[in-house]
Design a protein. Structure first.
Lengths: 178, 430
């Protein structure tokens, strides 16, 4: 069953996001939590500008290690990680256990087909052309509910946004594995 | 010139002389920077405690010790002085000393020698102007002053002169007050038999931590950096250091941080001594017991754990700076030192180093292998480089920034460099 606000990530779980708009999706999610931790590789050129979040520079497997430590220690926080390798089922399970133990929410920013089967939900995000700042966020995998697509208008300067399309469009039969 | 050797003084140099003048008089002068003098004085003061319990620093170049009741332990006052000079000469110091009944007299006699009435008036620790004034009146020796009636002296030169005379003669008390020793947060433990198992080392560490944290809480301080030194049987010492994001004096949390580092230590034939020292301590107010750990504590613990493995310079926060150049309007500072603040408006959600675009910007251009067509642009915002900095990224001069909405979706931050015509992308908006 989807949460009242469809793209508020389910807490105590780890989710994934792909697509050209995944960093913007992560920033939107971080604005809604009291604390955000972003684990990235130092040589990554793109820097999200979100003051108030803690940035952790790590390399290789240390990225997932730091993400797991942060998931275990920070209740009610959002832990965003940009791993540079494919995620295995084992790694995904470890992160899920960490999020459950710590009461925090995880969001992994991945390239397409590089995610783990253990993820709770997977989102595909991209910006849409238009007069205002439109985004399209598709829920393409959901362990506990249906998939769907939403279009919203959000300019990044505040937490306020405007939902453009209708919510919860079903694509496929209910209960079908994502 | 602050401190001179005997040979230097004989050559004509004096304290307060400029280095250039000194070198002119004595070309083969050997000099060292003067910042260490206070430290050396403190070391000598602590060493001099072997002679008397109260030793204080006396001016920039001396020590004063109250040896009442202690002289007989060295076989008399003269024997004490000889022992002092012998040890100081052996250490390479040139020194003069005197023993007298009052502090003022000892200070004066050590510097000028002779007897009390023959001391120059400058030895009374008065202002040089006052000494000059006394000299003009013909009062050059302390003996001359002692012969005069007190009241006109005070009227003419003020009460300070009378105070110094009384201190010299012992009519006014002037005790020697040694400063309290700064607390040292170090504990050590020697073991009768060498140990090597991780559990044993952790048990020894726990005992040391209990003692160290008790000392810290007595002084209301917490440790920020700790070093555990393990001395092996073959006399090698292995240091293990940890850092903390905020001052702590909780033995359990500190022991947990040492545990992973101790697993990789090679005990050799065994460890027979442990020493734990808090190399950096900061004030830590007493905390109420029983309160649940707050979010700040959880963040501090996380930063400590991650920092000890990844390095504290890799745990960062975004801090705004004063610069108007976009890529320098923020910087990443270590999380323990960051001062939060809002970023200037107009910055994109994601920023990256400028990437050149091809095609026919701004109407249609290629970026990262994709074609874009812009249909609306907001701007321009002209930013000029800092003329005092030679930044290669700004070698192309002024930048006109445009916020461009593309038909393909992304909303990009482009800039145009009119002085070397080209277009670049530097960021993406939400």
């Amino acid at each position: 069953m989807l949460h009242a606000l469809p793209f508020a990530l389910l807490p105590s779980r780890v989710h994934e996001a792909q697509g050209s708009g995944r960093v913007i999706f992560a920033i939107w999610q971080a604005q809604r939590r009291p604390h955000a931790v972003w684990v990235r590789a130092k040589r990554q050129s793109e820097m999200p500008l979100f003051p108030g979040m803690t940035v952790i520079h790590a390399e290789g497997t240390d990225i997932l290690w730091a993400a797991e430590e942060a998931l275990r220690s920070m209740p009610r926080a959002l832990v965003i990680a940009q791993p540079d390798q494919r995620l295995s089922l084992m790694a995904g399970r470890r992160l899920q256990l960490g999020a459950e133990a710590g009461g925090s929410t995880g969001l992994l920013l991945i390239r397409p087909e590089a995610g783990s089967p253990a993820t709770e939900t997977r989102w595909d995000c991209r910006p849409l052309a238009g007069d205002s700042t439109l985004h399209r966020w598709d829920l393409i995998k959901n362990k506990k509910g249906t998939t769907g697509s939403w279009t919203l208008d959000w300019d990044g300067t505040s937490a306020a946004f405007h939902m453009v399309s209708a919510t919860g469009q079903r694509s496929g039969l209910a209960g079908q594995p994502g | 010139m602050q401190c001179l050797s005997l040979a230097a003084e004989r050559a004509g140099l004096h304290r307060g002389m400029a280095l250039a003048d000194a070198r002119a008089i004595c070309p083969q002068l050997v000099t060292r920077p003067a910042e260490g003098i206070a430290k050396v004085q403190e070391i000598l003061r602590r060493w001099a405690v072997r002679y008397a319990p109260h030793v204080a620093v006396d001016g920039p170049d001396g020590l004063i010790a109250d040896i009442t009741g202690a002289a007989h332990l060295f076989g008399g006052e003269e024997a004490l002085r000889l022992d002092l000079h012998r040890r100081l000469d052996r250490a390479g110091f040139t020194s003069r000393s005197a023993i007298a009944g009052t502090r003022g007299a000892a200070h004066a006699l050590a510097r000028h020698g002779g007897t009390i009435p023959d001391l120059p008036v400058a030895a009374l620790r008065i202002e040089p102007i006052m000494a000059e004034g006394l000299g003009r009146l013909g009062l050059k020796r302390v003996g001359d002053l002692l012969a005069l009636p007190r009241a006109p002296l005070i009227q003419r030169f003020g009460p300070e002169l009378a105070l110094r005379l009384d201190q010299l003669l012992g009519r006014q008390p002037e005790p020697v007050a040694a400063p309290a020793a700064a607390p040292r947060f170090a504990v050590r433990m020697a073991l009768p038999d060498p140990i090597g198992l991780h559990a044993d080392v952790m048990a020894g560490l726990t005992r040391l931590l209990d003692r160290l944290c008790a000392t810290l809480s007595r002084h209301q301080m917490g440790a920020r950096r700790l070093r555990l030194e393990l001395r092996r049987v073959d006399r090698a010492t292995i240091p293990v250091e940890i850092g903390l994001a905020q001052p702590l004096r909780d033995p359990d949390r500190i022991a947990r941080l040492f545990a992973p580092k101790l697993e990789t230590v090679d005990a050799g034939f065994g460890i027979d001594a442990l020493r734990l020292v808090a190399t950096l301590a900061e004030p830590l107010a007493p905390a109420q017991m029983g309160s649940s750990p707050s979010q700040e504590d959880a963040m501090a613990d996380l930063i400590t754990r991650l920092g000890n493995r990844l390095g504290f310079h890799n745990i960062l926060r975004i801090e705004p700076t004063d610069s108007l150049l976009p890529e320098r309007s923020f910087r990443l500072v270590p999380a323990t030192e960051a001062k939060p603040g809002p970023l200037p408006p107009g910055l994109p959600a994601v920023i990256f180093p400028p990437e050149r675009v091809g095609g026919a910007p701004p109407d249609s251009f290629q970026w990262r292998g994709e074609k874009f067509e812009s249909y609306r642009a907001t701007g321009p915002q002209r930013i000029a480089p800092d003329w005092w900095e030679e930044d290669p990224a700004w070698a192309s001069g002024l930048r006109d920034y445009w916020r461009v909405q593309t038909r393909q979706g992304p909303r990009l931050w482009l800039f145009h460099t009119p002085q070397a015509p080209a277009w670049y992308v530097q960021g993406q908006f939400a």
